[in-house]
Design a protein. Structure first.
Ligand code: NAP
Length: 242
């Protein structure tokens, strides 16, 4: 996708596997420039080599909770000419199996909040001067952020905080498009960690959540909360109707 013959550029955190990788692959095939990260360097470099066959990609290994890493992302965003999209996708579940709240070690919960709540805001603060007009922010949340599933109090409350943070950011920046997005169940490493004893082979692949994200990146939907698999189904139906 290009705008005024300029390639569009997306920052995707946590793009070495799962949903982040599925989205990165789609955008690379559609000629978006990419800025990607993950903590594990080997997997990230492998993804970088794959995507570099298709587009310009900068991969920066690091932890989004590190201010130094976020600054490095911002410098790279500048070198790519600014950002058309920020996808705050990187996240952790916390312990597996997940402890009930009264047994949840607070220092571990603090780490979950660092990654799932504070770091996405930190990323936006770091890259704000590189955001182009018309850009979109996608904060990836979860149904666990709005449902009261027993055992999901740590991760779920962190996603609830990310949802509310996103809603207030949207209210503070009415000229922006800010989306907080439940991608739906996906067959990924995180999902297997969440259900350690289950066969998760019936869950949809992360690729099935990508069309909804693309609709949010390229359509005209107003800021708000969306479910990727629903948005994707609606946009696919519209394309089929012509
Ligand atoms: N899977 C589901 O069913 C499901 C359902 C609802 C919502 N979600 C949400 O969807 C998003 C993607 O989840 P997923 O299932 O694709 O997860 P995943 O397979 O575990 O992938 C997570 C990605 O984030 C990276 N990451 C984790 N912590 C990081 C950190 N501190 N700094 C930088 N990168 C980090 C991981 O690489 P490293 O480990 O190498 O850093 C990996 O690339 C998450 O926001 C998740 O909460 C998932």
């Amino acid at each position: 996708m290009t705008l005024n013959n300029q390639p569009q550029t997306a920052l995707i955190t946590g793009a070495s596997r799962g949903l982040g990788l599925a989205l990165a692959r789609y955008l690379a095939q559609h000629h978006w420039q990419l800025l990607i990260d993950a903590r594990g360097e080997a997997a990230l470099r492998q993804v970088e080599r794959e995507l570099a066959q298709l587009t310009r990609v900068i991969a920066i290994p690091g932890d989004i909770t590190s201010e130094t890493h976020r600054r490095a992302l911002a410098h790279a965003a500048e070198s790519l000419g600014g950002l058309d999209a920020v996808i705050n996708n990187a996240s952790i579940l916390g312990p597996s199996p997940q402890p009930h709240l009264l047994d949840y070690p607070l220092e571990v919960l603090e780490q979950v909040y660092q990654v799932n709540v504070l770091a996405p805001l930190g990323v936006l603060q770091a890259v704000q001067s590189t955001l182009k007009p018309g850009m979109r922010i996608l904060n990836i949340t979860s149904d666990a952020g709005v449902e009261d599933y027993p055992g999901w109090g740590g991760y779920g409350s962190s996603k609830a905080a990310l949802e509310q943070l996103s809603a207030i950011l949207a209210a503070e920046k009415p000229e922006w498009r800010v989306y907080w997005v439940d991608p739906g169940d996906m067959r990924t490493q995180m999902h297997q960690e969440a259900f350690p004893d289950e066969d998760i082979s019936d869950r949809p692949l992360p690729e099935e959540s990508v069309p909804g994200l693309i609709e949010l990146l390229s359509g005209e939907l107003p800021s708000g909360r969306y479910r990727a698999q629903e948005v994707g189904a609606v946009s696919l139906a519209a394309i089929q109707e012509g």
